[in-house]
Design a protein around this ligand. Structure first.
Ligand code: ADP
Ligand code: GLC
Length: 488
């Protein structure tokens, strides 16, 4: 089938979080199943088209607030996947993907990403055959299904095109003032509860949920959670309405990029049977972060994360003093909301030998922390899937996580023999501290600890199974579309 991914970020072109990892990896496994996959993404300031470039064509973006012009840079086919970059400097030649350096959202984000969706649809219309499925991701590309049901509703070209929306994070819905509709080629009649209206605002993700043919999210548990008031962020009702067309499919891992046996970004390679290289990775990591040599004998806890409320770092703040009395050190890498940057900087200043921090985005260090740490900490308030805990399993770095969303689905509590990590349920600092103490006690028993590491390293979270689940949805949608066309 002809499948088109519309995504706002994708490795190796651009990345702020896990969406980029998914948009980079899943298409390759879909192509391996025989699908013809094209991934359309924006060309940001930092995006290098690399060796892929095979030519460019110009597109007029029919935005009601004023037409814009974009170049579509078409890449060659790599591992069965074609990448196309939408180049529109007015929208994408900026200091960040979604935000200015001070952390504030760009005020014209709806126009930027609405424009991106329209550019992609106009580009697709020029192709000899329509895609059978357009697969969108998060609020940034939620407008594509909305446009297909409104602006393009009578366009015969897209008659047989179905849409899938994957929700990677309900916490970022894309909220805008109602008057935005007139600037993004949408009729004000869409401003209803069954359309894009959400407590007096325009909610782009809600538009995607209401107008896509099928919705997925990135773990089974999160799929159930978002249909409850506690996790639904006000959209649980909308999601419950679409429950028959909503499925949780767990994210996979690209083991070409995240595997300690082959990873060239870490100082030494290792496998479950030969763990020696991991010790070298720990030594180098601690040295790089400026830790005293004595820390090598203590357990090291790793954190690699966007600094956001979602990630539960306020729990660490609450138990910091007690935690730092323990025999351990913490290596943290992240960037994001100023509140959490300030918190982490304070801890680093207060405990300079034990709390080792780098504020920023650094892919190489992210790999080195995965390899060099003994445990990986993810106390998330909620977590749609989470990728770092799955990477940690592969690197023999034992995850200590809150039992929510994908964290609960991917980590099995260690019982002394079976299991892959440690989990706590209640969102409280005392629960976190208790589980950490349990993990630290287990760490002291080297034989048991090695077994726990090996349990995790032997797990297989490759994309193969999940790609088949997406493929089955595409096939079902194609059959339904064919029936609808035959009946009309
Ligand atoms: P989320 O998408 O919510 O941020 P995930 O766990 O799904 O969380 O994915 C995060 C991805 O982003 C991982 O690949 C992680 O290594 C990477 N990442 C997060 N913060 C940083 C950072 N500061 N530097 C490098 N990589 C980071
Ligand atoms: C989101 C979620 C994260 C998930 C990622 C990729 O950013 O916060 O849990 O792993 O998307 O789907």
């Amino acid at each position: 089938m002809r499948i088109v991914f519309l995504a706002s970020e994708c490795v190796p072109f651009s990345k702020t979080g896990g969406l980029a990892d998914v948009a980079g990896a899943l298409p390759k496994d879909l192509a391996a199943l025989g699908h013809e996959v094209t991934v359309i993404i924006p060309r940001y300031r930092g995006t290098s088209p690399g060796a892929l470039l095979r030519g460019s064509e110009n597109i007029t973006i029919p935005l009601s607030g004023g037409f814009r012009f974009a170049g579509i840079e078409r890449g060659g086919v790599s591992k069965g996947v074609r990448h196309c970059l939408v180049a529109c400097d007015e929208f994408f030649d900026r200091e960040g993907l979604y935000q200015a350096k001070d952390g504030s959202d760009f005020p014209d984000n709806a126009i930027r990403f609405g424009g991106f969706c329209l550019a992609a649809l106009e580009f697709l219309k020029r192709q000899p055959h329509p895609p059978q499925v357009i697969h969108c991701h998060d609020w940034q590309t939620s407008l594509a299904p909305v446009y297909l049901r409104s602006l393009y509703a009578r366009d015969p070209f897209f008659r047989s095109t179905a849409t899938v929306l994957t929700i990677h994070n309900l916490g970022y819905p894309g909220l805008f003032a109602p008057d935005i509709l007139s600037q993004i080629s949408l009729d004000s009649r869409l401003f209803t509860v069954d359309g894009l209206e959400f407590f007096g605002k325009v909610n782009l993700l809600k538009g995607g949920i209401n107008f896509s043919d099928y919705i997925t999210t990135v773990s089974k548990k999160y799929a159930a959670e978002i249909q409850t008031p506690e996790f639904g962020q006000g959209m649980d009702g909308v999601l419950r309405k679409r429950a028959s067309h909503l499925q949780g499919i767990l994210n996979g891992v690209d083991y070409h990029a995240w595997n300690p046996a082959t990873d060239q970004l870490i100082p030494a390679r290792y496998t479950p049977a030969k763990l020696g290289g991991k010790k070298t990775c720990k030594k180098e990591l601690l040295a790089k972060m400026g830790a005293p040599a004595a820390n090598l004998d203590q357990p090291t806890l790793g954190i690699v994360s966007r600094f956001a409320k979602q990630k539960g770092f306020d729990l660490i703040a609450q138990v910091a003093d007690e935690l730092m009395k323990e025999d351990l050190s913490i290596v943290a890498l992240g960037t994001g909301e100023p509140e959490y940057e300030i918190l982490f900087r304070r801890l680093a200043a207060e405990f300079p030998e034990k709390f080792l921090l780098k504020v920023g985005y650094d892919n190489e260090l992210a790999h080195q922390i995965e390899a060099g740490a003994d445990m990986f900490l993810m106390p998330s308030r909620y977590e749609p899937c989470g990728l770092n805990q799955i990477y940690s399993l592969k690197y023999g770095t034992v995850p200590v996580v809150r039992a929510t969303g994908g964290l609960d689905d991917t980590i099995e509590e260690f019982d002394g023999t079976e299991g892959t990590g440690f989990k706590f349920s209640e969102y409280s600092a005392t629960a976190l501290l208790a589980v950490l103490r349990k993990a630290l006690a287990t760490y002291r028993d080297k034989i048991t600890w090695t077994r726990l590491q090996q349990n995790g390293m032997q797990k297989d979270f490759s994309w193969t199974v999940s790609a088949k689940a997406y493929s089955a949805i595409y096939v079902k949608l194609q059959e339904e579309t064919a029936k609808t066309i035959a009946a009309s």
